[in-house]
Design a protein around this ligand. Structure first.
Ligand SMILES: [Zn+2]
Ligand SMILES: [Zn+2]
Length: 338
């Protein structure tokens, strides 16, 4: 089969790799229907995170079950499945508490931007759709494997409530998904911080009531003007840089909550915007399997269309172009078809 390997900064290649097989009885092998490039893949692509040797890459996918191990009971060959970006058993005490991203027996993947994928912990990771989805649902189902669940997690961690005020820092695919999550959770005012017209348009489609293009002090002032002069009840931090985290903390009202889900590359947390303002900070990798049943139903019922974040579709053979387009911000998020 063919799979994507990252060799170093700005060097990803589709290469011939051995077909994955069932190793553990709890494994499944999936034939990929669609996969995509994640913002977090770009940390390595840009050389911010070192690549020490050629490494299979990719962790977002949907596909059809090809084969299952003897212990797998919840999915069977032929079913269309969505899986999260980390595997989980869905049975350990951590999973039972809803924190599947930290499952005691969980882990990552060996490259999902590929034609075939070995999924460990298949029962606790994969969720089958009620029947084969129509083609137009595939992007939104794919969005559930990471970005939509991550945006949802940001909103949950930020304690978004019906009628509440929300700021979303970051207009990438996760930030836009966070806007959609806040809208679904009933927020009254959703302020998207974005400087790009195309992303602002999707944010509005997803439920943003206001857009703030300014950053830094001007951004904080603009948020305060829209929130009775005090800042937002809930802030979703969907970038992960020093600047974006400070922007998020400063956009929260006293006693407000920040949900952070952008993989943090942060050196310092400014106490003056936290402790002295009673502002909370909570978040981390999303427990995808905890949110999947609910979000899959919303997609299946066509209540939400998170797949709108994919503005570029390419064959898997052009994976290098998918990375380049996202790196150069020519695309919000690239969908790959084997
Ligand atoms: Zn991802
Ligand atoms: Zn677990």
């Amino acid at each position: 089969m063919r799979g994507t390997i990252i060799h170093g900064p700005r060097d990803v290649r589709l290469e011939e790799r051995p077909d994955p097989t069932i190793v553990d009885p709890t494994d499944a092998v999936i034939r990929t229907v669609a996969a995509c490039v994640c913002g977090s893949d770009l940390w390595r692509y840009r050389g911010i995170q070192e690549v020490t040797r050629p490494t299979p890459i990719g962790h977002e996918y949907v596909g059809v079950v090809e084969e299952v191990g003897p212990a797998v009971t919840s999915v069977r060959p032929g079913q269309f499945v969505v899986g999260g970006f980390l595997t989980s058993d869905n049975t350990c005490p951590v999973c039972r508490a809803g924190a599947h991203a930290n499952c005691q027996h969980g882990g990552g993947y060996d490259g999902c931007q590929a034609e075939l994928i070995r999924v460990r912990n298949a029962d606790g990771t994969l969720l089958a759709t009620p029947e084969q989805p129509s083609e137009d649902l595939v992007p939104s189902l794919l969005a559930l494997s990471d970005v939509m669940c991550t945006g949802w997690h940001a909103a949950v961690c930020a304690d978004v409530r019906p009628g509440g005020t929300v700021v979303v820092v970051g207009d990438g695919a996760v930030g836009l998904s966070g806007v959609l999550a806040a809208a679904e959770l009933g927020a009254g005012r959703i302020i998207a911080m974005s400087r790009h017209a195309d992303r602002q348009a999707i944010a509005r489609e997803f439920g943003a009531t206001d857009v703030v293009a300014e950053r830094g002090d001007a951004g904080v002032e603009a948020v305060k003007e829209l929130t009775n002069g005090i800042g937002a009840d809930s802030v979703l931090e969907c970038v992960g840089t020093d600047e974006s985290v400070v922007q998020a903390l400063r956009s929260a009202r006293p006693g407000g909550m920040v949900g952070w889900v952008g993989v943090p590359h942060v050196t310092d947390l400014p106490q003056e915007h936290m402790f002295w303002k009673n502002v909370g900070l909570r978040g981390g990798p999303a427990p995808v399997r905890a949110y999947l049943p609910d979000l899959l139903q919303r997609v299946w019922d066509r209540g939400i269309d998170p797949g709108k974040v994919f503005d570029l579709t390419l064959p898997l053979s052009e994976v290098a172009e998918a990375y380049a387009a996202m790196d150069e911000r020519r695309a919000i998020k690239a969908l790959l078809r084997p």
